[in-house]
Design a protein around this ligand. Structure first.
Ligand code: ADP
Length: 509
């Protein structure tokens, strides 16, 4: 195997830092972790070959300290920096500063990040490349009167969007003229607070579309390929929760057309490395470019599993100057992959963030199961960072089997100590609309209440109780079934169920 880099610094934390460290190790590259004081005992710090402390827990004093990170990379003799996602991954200045320091930024050129950095600039670029965009404007609104004129032209409902937006911030749906002025003011305020830029523009609000995105990969020698689509329509507050590849709504012919549109937009931006073009796909099969994410994405594993391509390893290899050896024709999805984001949020309580110590973690294994996690038994979950703890990903030959496999894997998963989105995902895998593929981006918001009201399957209650029994015993150093969790287990398991036996046996062991 050709040598890529000798040493790479991973400027991130959690599951994505581990993911990059694993790619480095498989390529024979030494990895350097960075960490905050809160993460001193985090798995990514232990798994890397070296680790550098950045500063106190808040990201503004640690993971966002670009200068300190570059300085650390130089000090330890790393040749390149992988930014992961979030934090500094889409900051043009950081990509530029890494390059100016004589290091390689594992991602697109700073100029491409800039070109795609604002939604309005990206829209202009996409239009010029012939890629269809959502009807709307490409410049910031001056005031509510201008917004009203534009909205009149496209027809209500419209969506106000922050040009610098990300993570669903600075977005407002407006149904009527009367709502426009206050929605604009609040979108501008939110955008200013989140991004330091209050530019807001208008898009037509598309009713009932799917979110379908295309993965692209381009080397430094002119090859730009797409690796098919990911379906990301299961969203809450414009944030993805479940992703799949391929999409039930995409035929090979549509995949080719969307792929070409994504490649054209990426080329127009002078893009290299891994990136994603996000589209809305409406009921008539028309698709519209939303934006380009100039980094590796959370949901990249589903593409890896159906395409048999290690995207993170290719990020390193492309950055080191290697050529992509694939042809577009050879990149055909095989089977089906689904990813569930396991977050520290309580679905039974309006997805309220949950914090605490992970007392016990049991990770699913078995055929076709992949766990990209950033936690372990003993991890502290705090409010300093993103609530995503891990991603559970499965592959199977077709969608029904992938859903069955995900359901099975979720049943095996036990996280004790913090509330998580696990039971929400179990209910999703049992949901008739999800199972038939009849979903769109507004589906989840409409069904949240009814999903929250559904009882979790009794197996999961019993498993959690068993975990609690084992834990209380090891904590107290004795082996007696005194824990109230044993009683919970007995109550939760229906009479005659083998679960009752399992719970008893475990409690008495
Ligand atoms: P962000 O960068 O903040 O995530 P995006 O532009 O990617 O914002 O949009 C996030 C989500 O909001 C999309 O996945 C989609 O669900 C919804 N959305 C965005 N634009 C529109 C639109 N014009 N019509 C309907 N829904 C939209």
């Amino acid at each position: 195997m050709p040598s890529v880099f000798e040493k790479v610094l991973v400027a991130n934390r959690g599951e994505i830092a581990l993911r990059v460290i694993r790619a480095c190790r498989e390529l024979g590259v030494a990895s350097v972790a960075v960490y905050s004081e809160a993460d001193a005992r985090a798995p990514h710090v232990r798994e890397a070959d070296e680790a550098v402390l950045l500063g106190p827990a808040p990201s503004s004093e640690s993971y966002l300290k670009g200068d300190r990170i570059i300085e650390a990379a130089k000090r330890v003799g790393a040749q390149a920096i992988h930014p992961g996602y979030g934090f500094l991954s889409e900051r043009e200045w950081f990509a530029r500063a890494v390059r100016d320091a004589g290091l390689t930024f594992i991602g697109p050129p700073a100029e491409a990040i800039a070109a795609m950095g604002s939604k309005t600039a990206a829209r202009k670029l996409a239009i010029a490349a012939g890629t269809p965009v959502v009807p709307g404007t490409t410049t910031a609104l001056r005031d509510a009167d201008e917004a009203a004129d534009v909205a009149e032209r496209f027809g209500y409902p419209v969506l106000l969007k922050a040009a610098a937006g990300g993570g669903g911030k600075g977005m407002r749906v407006v149904q009527r003229r009367e709502e426009l002025a206050s929605a604009l003011a609040s979108a501008q305020r939110e955008a200013r607070n989140a991004f330091g830029d209050d530019a807001v523009y208008v898009e037509k609000y598309i009713v009932g579309p799917r979110h379908v995105e295309i993965q692209v990969l381009g080397d430094q020698h002119g090859t730009m390929l797409h690796l098919g689509e990911r379906e990301c329509s299961i969203q809450r507050r414009h944030q993805k929760m479940i992703e799949e590849a391929p999409s039930v709504a995409v035929t090979p012919e549509l995949r080719a057309r969307m792929g070409e549109a994504a490649v054209a937009a990426a080329r127009a931006a002078g893009y290299t490395n891994a990136g994603t073009c996000e589209f809305l796909l409406d009921r008539n099969g028309e698709f519209y470019f939303l934006e380009m994410n100039t980094r590796i994405q959370v949901e990249h594993p589903v593409t890896e599993l159906v395409m048999g391509v290690d995207l993170v390893q290719w990020q390193l290899r492309i950055a080191a100057g290697e050529r992509l050896p694939f042809t577009q024709e050879a990149l055909v999805p095989r089977g089906w992959a689904i990813e569930c984001r396991i977050t520290s949020e309580d679905p039974a309580n309006g997805f309220l963030p949950s914090t605490g110590r992970v007392h016990y973690l049991h990770v699913p294994t078995g055929p076709g199961v992949r766990w990209d996690g950033g936690i372990e038994t003993g991890s502290e979950v705090t409010l300093h960072y993103d609530p995503m703890l891990a991603k559970l990903i499965v592959w199977a030959p077709d969608r029904p089997h992938a859903i069955a496999r995900m359901h099975r894997a979720l049943l095996e998963l036990t996280i004790d100590g913090v509330d998580t989105s696990r039971d929400f995902h179990l209910r999703m895998m049992e949901n008739a609309d999800f199972r038939s593929g009849d979903i769109e981006i507004q589906w989840l918001e409409r069904h949240l209440a009814e999903l929250a009201a559904t009882q979790p399957p009794h197996e999961s209650v019993v498993r959690a109780a068993i975990a609690a029994v084992l834990l209380s015993e090891s904590d107290r150093g004795r082996r007696q079934p005194t824990s109230s969790a044993a009683a919970d287990a007995s109550r939760a398991a229906p009479a005659g169920s083998h679960w009752l036996e399992v719970a008893r046996r475990e409690a008495l062991r």
